[in-house]
Design a protein around this ligand. Structure first.
Ligand SMILES: NC(=O)c1ccc[n+]([C@@H]2O[C@H](COP(=O)([O-])OP(=O)(O)OC[C@H]3O[C@@H](n4cnc5c(N)ncnc54)[C@H](OP(=O)(O)O)[C@@H]3O)[C@@H](O)[C@H]2O)c1
Ligand SMILES: *[C@@H]1O[C@H](CO)[C@@H](O)[C@H](O)[C@H]1NC(C)=O
Length: 303
């Protein structure tokens, strides 16, 4: 049907809110309230209150569950995940696998890339995992343009990309005063978190513009949504990606590209040397982590 989103929403609204009372109430009125107008008014008012109490939470629950849901495969056949060999990035890779998307993983260590590729292709039959090793911390222009060429060739080979997840990032391991953090670590955070996000976005957007659809997801951090003393540089780099992506949302809307920045709190990952899951700091992939923890416990018992 040639309806746009607004019209569809209006129809849904009418169907949910206006139609049921319109159909039910005249029937009730006919049966019970012939000739008793005042009672009818009271009855209608009570109905209205009940309806509000019962229906509204349900309505909002439905809305939250369905609103803005997209089929991730509608963007394209491939998703690019930076830093996809551990933590949140790896969880994204497996989520895409479960949803039927092929992935391109760009990360630093070749051995970890090989492991992720093997696991992915074994687990999700028929899907492909392409890998490119690249260190986002280097500033050598030659290495950078060689990577960009390789990346473009790969994307052309696989026929375009639908989703980019700007996930790669690093932090100071221990909270520390800004002036005491090692200069090398400051450089790494700026190169990887800011530079990586910027470079990959600029690299991928033209491919998405060509097909007039795509999605860019930035894995920012809750640390950039409020002052975060002793993680000031890290949180500022996360603010960079967040701000960039939120502005890109408006910039690239007309090209059919959705841009989303997420600002999660703590996860168990390599980043913060945290190993035990808590309610406030879960594993990026809960089911997988639970299975692994169970397996580890079993193995521990046997020994
Ligand atoms: N963990 C949290 O609590 C948390 C909370 C909010 C936001 N975040 C954000 O989530 C993102 C992922 O964090 P995580 O905790 O999942 O991290 P992680 O477990 O440390 O994983 C980082 C990933 O990035 C890769 N990587 C690191 N440095 C790289 C470099 N210079 N060049 C290329 N690849 C590099 C790593 O590969 P190698 O192992 O080969 O280096 C690894 O695949 C980050 O942007 C982080 O800021 C994390
Ligand atoms: C990142 O590069 C800088 C130089 O720009 C260097 O000082 C630093 O040690 C590197 N960091 C890592 C984690 O390799």
């Amino acid at each position: 049907m040639g309806l746009d989103v607004k019209e569809k929403n209006l129809l849904k609204f009418l169907g949910k809110h206006i139609l049921p009372p319109c159909v039910i109430l005249p029937y009730v009125q006919k049966t019970y309230f012939v000739g008793k107008p005042l009672e009818l008014v009271g009855f209608l008012y009570v109905c209205y209150l009940l309806y509000k109490i019962v229906f509204y939470p349900l309505y909002f629950k439905l809305k939250i569950a369905t609103w803005g849901r997209v089929n991730i495969r509608s963007y394209g056949k491939y998703a690019v995940v930076t830093g996809g060999t551990s933590g949140i990035g790896e969880a994204f890779v497996h989520t895409f696998g479960r949803k039927g998307l092929n992935v391109i993983v760009v990360s630093r260590s070749q051995d970890k890339l090989d492991r992720v590729k093997k696991e992915f292709e074994e687990k999700y039959d028929g899907l492909k995992c392409e890998v490119l090793a690249y260190d986002f911390n280097q500033t050598d222009k030659k290495v950078l343009s060689a990577f960009q060429e390789d990346f473009k060739k790969l994307v052309e080979k696989v026929g375009g990309i639908g989703v980019l997840v700007n996930n790669v990032g690093m932090s100071n391991d221990d909270p520390q005063y800004l002036h005491l953090i090692d200069q090398g670590l400051i450089d790494s955070m700026l190169n990887v978190n800011n530079g990586g996000t910027m470079m990959m976005s600029r690299l991928c957007l033209p491919f998405m513009m060509k097909q007039r659809k795509g999605a860019v997801i930035c894995v920012s951090s809750a640390s950039c949504t409020h002052p975060t003393p002793l993680l000031s540089c890290y949180s500022a780099t996360k603010g960079f990606g967040n701000q960039l992506t939120r502005s890109m949302f408006y910039e690239y809307k007309e090209f059919g590209i959705d841009c989303l920045s997420i600002t999660p709190y703590y996860f168990v990952s390599n980043m913060f040397k945290r190993r035990r899951e808590t309610r406030m700091a879960p594993f990026p992939e809960r089911n997988k982590a639970r299975a692994e923890a169970k397996a580890a416990m079993k193995a521990g018992k046997k020994e």
